[in-house]
Design a protein around this ligand. Sequence first.
Ligand code: ADP
Ligand code: ZN
Ligand code: ZN
Length: 690
Amino acid sequence: MLQRLLRDHINYVKQCILRVAIDAPLDVCFDYRWLLEDGATVPLVGQLALVPFGRRDVVGVIVAMAEDSEVAPDKLKAALAVRSELPPLSTAWLGLCTFAADYYQRPLGEVMLPGLPKNLRAAKPTSLTRALKKAALPQPTHDATPGTVHALNPAQRDAAAAIAAARGFAPTLLYGVTGSGKTEVYLQAAATILAETGDTLNPAQILILVPEINLTPQLEANIRARFPGVAMATLHSGLAEGERLSNWVAAHLGQARIVLGTRLAILASLPQLKLIIIDEEHDPSYKQQEGLRYSARDLAVWRARQLDIPIVLGSATPSLETWHHAQSGRYRKLELRERAVKDAALPQVLLIDMERDKPVEGLTACLLAALKLRLSRGEQSLLFLNRRGYAPVVACDACGWISNCSRCTAFMVLHKLDRQLRCHHCGLEQRIPRACPTCGNVDIQPLGRGTQRVEEGLQAAFPEARVLRIDADSTRRKGSAQAAFDQVHRGEIDILIGTQMVAKGHDFQNLTLVGVLNPDTALFSQDYRASERLFAQLMQVAGRAGRRARSAEGSASEVLIQTRYPQHPLFAAVMAHDYEPFANDLLLERQQAGLPPFIYQALLRAEARELAVALSFLQEAAGCIEHDGILINDPIPMTMTRVANVDRAQLLVESVSRPALQAFLKAWIAALRAMKSRVRWSLEVDPVDI
Ligand code: ADP
Ligand code: ZN
Ligand code: ZN
């Protein structure tokens, strides 16, 4: 008896139980045993482990060392390997992921693992050792000449000093007009913080988030020139795997002191994180729209609070959520009211009434004249049209046929260069029909225009001009967007035409004219966020003009907006460059209508072959548990009901209390899973597209 106890005891100390989070659609972690033979390393919480899962071997994160397991000892599988060469992920990082999993109602493994470099998740991490060695080496100091450090103007100086002096959790809105030099403020604040801790054992890390991959190269070059001795790493989805791994490792080891990335970087491991900066914080791309539908901005604020560090949210047109916090004093507001470059004034915004000045090929006479003037002066122009392709639809005049997608509630878009009709929602492609498929009429016509058609029109109007189109179609090849923007910066382009890709953040030096081609659809959208977004977009794109001081003979910078509704109040606010009253009005409207940020929402979506099935699932879901204090709306079809032959419906739930909503969602998810319906469903917390 005694002997047996003793033997059990020895067995007990010789093995431990690892609780591992795995990227699987199950909301649980899994237990594995690990033998502690003589000399074997003792696994640590936060390390990665290779474990058998179903018929595969997968990598997971050890989230706990368990005392014992609910799984019977003889059923407990053994972990295959522990990546002990990689220092463990910190408790703070595990805490961040646990919060995100809880808040967005997703499995923990689904938060932790997809963000890790592929190589770390592979059964054999071939280049890990190399990446670790490389990151541990002293980082090459760039012998590039230090970048020009502008003498900050007083407003910039105050803002940078306030940010660098902040201690503890201090969320700050840096509210500065386009071209007010927010970047300089970030970098100056970063410099102060880096200098303070540079000689200590634990030098600070700073995370800078930007909304678009295409904005990283300019800022990266800027930072490298500015901080020649400081290691920096970028993290975004455009990196090659090897680079992604070594950059991630450099961040994880604390070697990279500045980490610049897109939204996914918010889940990076940054053990010495001391400051977070989110540039263009209002940008919709901070919201992930599939899988774990997180808001990188919201997670960043949570992370800053968790670590008790300052966070800066920068924008010329802050999101109403952030604006609301600033107005109510929860966030400090720092303002930059003027453009930083001396004599670079904000552009004048003018409206062109399309009822009076009828456009030819989408371009009004007034806009053509303005383009011509820029061409004659060797200045650049930008035309903004948020619609790619040649024409959004093809139609037959004779019988009324239009190019609907057979699988979606959407039109097939004409892509003339590829001689195709293409659905932007399901990817369906077809050759352009020679004649109307219904009546045989050969004279079928493109209706409306996209960037390709405007490009064609521009070339016809200005045969000598160097016209460049930048949109998702023209930049499919890796590196091509960067090459295109470089061309613009080098002055090899006269007229740039593009979608929102060209509207964001770029610091164009010789651009004095912005033309906005078709903002009207957003004016009357059902989506209550449409006007907030349109305003931000117009201010952003307008902000690309006139960023350099004007020479004596140069053009004053202008923004020309072609519209059929020049009386619309939104345009008046854009013309005044005044976000404040506009934002305050919108906030008031939201408050009166009971919309975010005054209430909290979640959206249950269902997909089925037939709409009725999706709707009846939602109907059942609506009644499946108690819901005191929660408003459950009626299930409705989504605006774009059918995508790829699947019908989609949604159910909005709301509450004035975030904790109440969270508690409800937790119980609801469990009940929904128990329904075991065959309908595919997903839940989104804080949805933005409703
Ligand atoms: P924002 O991000 O606010 O739109 P940027 O940070 O891109 O503005 O700055 C706009 C331009 O002003 C850049 O070309 C930058 O180099 C320049 N700039 C910034 N601060 C100063 C300053 N204090 N003096 C002169 N130029 C400046
Ligand atoms: Zn026809
Ligand atoms: Zn389709």
